[in-house]
Design a protein around this ligand. Structure first.
Ligand SMILES: Nc1nc2c(ncn2[C@@H]2O[C@H](COP(=O)(O)OP(=O)(O)OP(=O)(O)O)[C@@H](O)[C@H]2O)c(=O)[nH]1
Ligand SMILES: [Mg+2]
Length: 384
C-alpha cells in the first residue's frame, strides 16, 4: 500500500475537480474546493485548473456522466497536468476507470490528506499511524494494479495470470503489515494510558486543544506555556499550512493560582476526514477523549468558522468526546474588524466563548482564569 502511494510518480501539476450534488450548497462546495486547493498547495502541487461538476446521479463508471468525464479528460490533456484531484473519496474501481480514461493519476481527497500526513510524520508514533492509514487505503487498490499487470502480460479473464498470483502474495503481505502496525500501535496506546494514569493520580487536570486545522492550536499552546518573550522556534511548530501538528504535545500551563494544568496540542480536524485516518490516529486522539476539558479553538477571522465548528464537534462525537466540558476560544481577533460580521456577532453565536489573539496576547489572561475555574470546579465535584 505504502509502495502504491509512494511509487506512483509524484504528481506535480493538478486539475482540481469539485463535485456538487443536491446534498451540498454551492457555497459549501466552493469552500470545499478552495480547501482542496489548500491541501494540494500544502503538498507542493501546482494547480493548473479547477472545475466544478454538477452531478444528479453518481454513475458507476466515473461518478458523473461519461460525456462530462471525457470533457474533464480533455481539459486535463490541454492543461498538461499529471493528475486529476477529486474533492471526494473515490472508490478503487472509479479511480482505475479515471486513470484509464485520462492516462494520468486520479487522486482523491483522502489520498491527498494521507500524503500530507506522511510528509509531516516526525515521530515513530505518527509514522506508525500514517503507515496504517496508507496500508488500509492501498489494500483494496492492489487488485487493480495487478489485474492490469496480468493483462499486460497476456493473462486472460478467468485464468490465473502472473499478476494475480503476485496480487495474492502482496495482499497477504499487506494484511500482515497491517496486523503488525495495529499491534505496535496497541503498545503505544498502552504507554499513553500509563502516562495518563500517572497524571491523573497526581491530580493534574488536563485540557486538550481541539479544532480545525490551522485554527491556531499550537500557537495557543506556545502562548500559554512559554514566557511572553520566548523566541520563535522555542515552542511547538506553528505553520500556515494544513496539518502542521500530528503528534499530541503535553505541556504545563502557566497559571495565576500556581496549580499546574496540562495542555495538550492535537492534530487538527478537517471536513471529510477519512475514517481510516481517524481510526489510525486513535492512539493520539485518545488524548482528546480522555482530557478533562476541551478547548475548542476557532479561527474567528475565517468566514467558514461555523462550518469548522460543526466539523470539529462531529469528529468529537465520533470519538465519544462530545460530552466533555468545552470552552470555545475565538482566536485571531487581531484580524477582525468591527463590521457587522465582527466579534460581537460571533460571540452571540458562541455564548460564553473567549475572544483571544495569540499574536497580540489579547484575552489570554481571561482564558487562563476560565480554565483554572473550570478545572477547579470539575476536580472539586469529582473528588468530593
Ligand atoms: N493573525 C493571527 N494569526 C494567528 C493567530 N494564531 C495563530 N495564527 C497563525 O495561524 C497559522 C496556524 O497556526 P497553528 O498554531 O500552526 O495552527 P494549528 O491549529 O496548530 O494548525 P494544525 O497543527 O495544522 O492543526 C499560523 O500561520 C499562525 O501564525 C492569531 O491570533 N492571529
Ligand atoms: Mg498545530
Amino acid at each position: 500500500m505504502k509502495q502504491l502511494i509512494d511509487n506512483r510518480e509524484k504528481p506535480k501539476r493538478a486539475l482540481l475537480v469539485g463535485i456538487r450534488d443536491e446534498k451540498i450548497s454551492p457555497e459549501e462546495s466552493d469552500s470545499l474546493v478552495a480547501e482542496l486547493a489548500g491541501l494540494a498547495d500544502t503538498l507542493g502541487l501546482e494547480i493548473a485548473g479547477q472545475e466544478t461538476v454538477r452531478v444528479r446521479e453518481h454513475t458507476s463508471q466515473f461518478g458523473m456522466g461519461s460525456g462530462k468525464a471525457r470533457e474533464i479528460a480533455e481539459k486535463a490533456a490541454e492543461l498538461g497536468v499529471d493528475c486529476v484531484v477529486f474533492d471526494r473519496d473515490i472508490s478503487p474501481s472509479l479511480q482505475r476507470n479515471w486513470e484509464k480514461l485520462t492516462g494520468i493519476a486520479a487522486v482523491d481527497r483522502q489520498e491527498l490528506i494521507i500524503r500530507i500526513f506522511s510528509q509531516r510524520a516526525r515521530t515513530r508514533e505518527a509514522e506508525l499511524q500514517v503507515a496504517l492509514a496508507e496500508q488500509t487505503y492501498s489494500l483494496p487498490r492492489l487488485s487493480h494494479k495487478y489485474l492490469d499487470l496480468s493483462r499486460q502480460r497476456g493473462g486472460r479473464y478467468g485464468t490465473k495470470g502472473s499478476g494475480e498470483t503476485r496480487l495474492e502474495t502482496d495482499r497477504r503481505l499487506a494484511l500482515r503489515r497491517i496486523q503488525r502496525l495495529r499491534e505496535e500501535l496497541a503498545e503505544v496506546r498502552k504507554q499513553r494510558a500509563v502516562q495518563r494514569n500517572k497524571r491523573r493520580k497526581a491530580g493534574i487536570p488536563s485540557c486538550a486543544l481541539v479544532g480545525y486545522t490551522n485554527a491556531g492550536k499550537s500557537s495557543l499552546l506556545n502562548a500559554l506555556t512559554l514566557p511572553g518573550e520566548a523566541a520563535p522556534g522555542e515552542g511547538v511548530l506553528v505553520e500556515d499550512k494544513l496539518f502542521a501538528t500530528l503528534d499530541p504535545t503535553v505541556r504545563r500551563m502557566k497559571t495565576g493560582g500556581g496549580k499546574p494544568i496540562l495542555l495538550i496540542d492535537t492534530v487538527g480536524f478537517i471536513r471529510r476526514l477519512p475514517h481510516d485516518l481517524v481510526d489510525a490516529f486513535r492512539a493520539t486522539l485518545e488524548e482528546v477523549s480522555l482530557a478533562d476539558i476541551l478547548i475548542h479553538v476557532l479561527d474567528a477571522s475565517d468566514p467558514e468558522a461555523d462550518r469548522y465548528y460543526e466539523t470539529t464537534t462531529s469528529v468529537l462525537r465520533d470519538l465519544e468526546a462530545d460530552r466533555h466540558p468545552m470552552l470555545v476560544v475565538l482566536n485571531k481577533i487581531d484580524k477582525l474588524d468591527a463590521g457587522p460580521n465582527g466579534l460581537g456577532e460571533l460571540q452571540s453565536r458562541y455564548p460564553g466563548s473567549i475572544p483571544v489573539s495569540t499574536r497580540d496576547r489579547r484575552g489570554l489572561d481571561e482564558l487562563v482564569r476560565r480554565v483554572e475555574t473550570d478545572t477547579a470546579r470539575l476536580f472539586q465535584t469529582s473528588f468530593s
